[in-house]
Design a protein around this ligand. Structure first.
Ligand code: SAH
Length: 341
């Protein structure tokens, strides 16, 4: 009955404490177990400060594994590393370790596949399989850090999948990875990117976390946004901006609006003006993404410097995202699940 076992890496310290106490163990044992889990052990045998009898009890009750490394590609241009990890059930997920002068960040997936169907994204068309558990997301971080040998200082939930569609597990993951006795990654070093699921943004505002919320906007008017992102038919820009304004009011954290510039689609001066208006309304800033070409797609990149100039003239705070790992298809929107054979 392998499958009946619960995945131990998804448990929060207080849950672990309650469960171990039911097994007749004192609270400090749960703390020891939690620390081991956060160090990336992949068997109970490695928890050497636990009595053998407890290790056996745990192994009978819980699942503890590690993803298998299927493929690893290193960018010759900038040292970006892309990983393909195989999960217990055979599905594979991709994540990317990016090196910056100030530290290293891992970009992780939150789902196997994605169902948002954005026109410009390489994940579109590959189908949605399932949500990842909190433990599986933690494993992406833990084992990418271990394998790459670089100390990770930041995490971005910007890989494959829509994190706010997997809300409960993503929140659990954030609490696990942020825990002082776990990996202890500060919330201010974590970014979460959403295609704009309004109920999720509203719920997240109530959690009062200090993470950075990124919202994929990509167009300042509904007509264009609907052409690019099916989610726009569900939540119009006005509704989305209301939720974003409320998010800022509650958390006092500025939202970063992602905008992949596409020639002739969303790069007109009028669109810069409209976008500037939305930024004034939400107190947000724009993160311009140079569009990454996807095979078979007719969409071509716009001139990011020029568009950034137009936005700056309107007083908008704007950054242009660097294209890391382009030579290994690791740049934004290029991750795709490849069958792990
Ligand atoms: N589901 C989340 C995470 C997606 S990926 C979301 O929608 O925000 C992270 C960012 O990359 C998103 O802003 C996404 O819109 C953008 N992106 C996807 N494909 C891209 C491409 N081909 N070029 C540039 N950016 C892209």
């Amino acid at each position: 009955m392998q499958d009946a076992k619960r995945e131990i890496r998804s448990l929060l310290p207080e849950e672990l404490e309650a469960e171990l106490s039911a097994l007749g163990e004192p609270a400090y044992r749960a703390q020891q177990v939690f620390s081991w889990l956060g160090k990336g052990v992949s068997s109970f045998e490695e928890m050497t400060n636990l009595p053998a009898s407890l290790r056996e009890k745990l192994a009978n009750a819980y699942l503890l594994s590690r993803p298998e490394l299927v493929r690893k590609q290193i960018s010759a241009q900038d040292g970006t590393v892309k990983y393909l990890w195989r999960l217990r059930d055979g599905n594979a997920v991709e994540c990317v370790v990016m090196r910056y002068s100030y530290g290293s960040t891992v970009c992780i997936s939150s789902q196997v596949g994605c169902r948002q169907g954005c026109a410009f994204c390489a994940s579109t068309g590959l189908g949605f399989v399932r949500n990842l558990s909190a433990g599986e997301m933690l494993e992406e971080v833990l084992f990418s850090e271990k394998d790459s040998g670089v100390k990770l200082t930041g995490i971005v939930l910007m890989g494959i999948g829509e994190p706010l569609e997997n809300y409960e597990e993503v929140l659990r993951f954030l609490r696990l990875v942020n825990h002082p006795r776990g990996m202890n990654v500060g919330m201010r070093h974590i970014s979460l990117s959403t295609c704009g699921l309004v109920p999720g943004i509203r719920a997240l505002a109530e959690e009062d976390l200090q993470l950075t919320l990124s919202v994929s906007l990509h167009a300042p008017e509904d007509e264009t946004r609907k052409r690019l992102m099916p989610v726009a038919a569900k939540y119009d820009i006005n509704t989305l901006m209301d939720a974003c304004t409320e998010y800022f009011r509650k958390t006092e954290r500025r939202i970063s609006f992602e905008y992949a510039l596409i020639r002739g689609v969303n790069d007109a001066p009028r669109q810069a003006e409209l976008l500037a208006g939305l930024m004034r309304r939400t107190h947000g800033h724009v993160n311009l993404i140079p569009l990454n070409r996807v095979d078979g797609s007719p969409l071509v990149p716009g001139d990011t410097r020029k568009f950034a100039g137009l936005l700056r003239e309107q007083g908008v705070n704007v950054t242009i995202r660097r294209r890391l790992g382009a030579d290994i298809d690791a740049a934004c929107g290029q991750l795709r699940r490849k069958e792990a054979t």
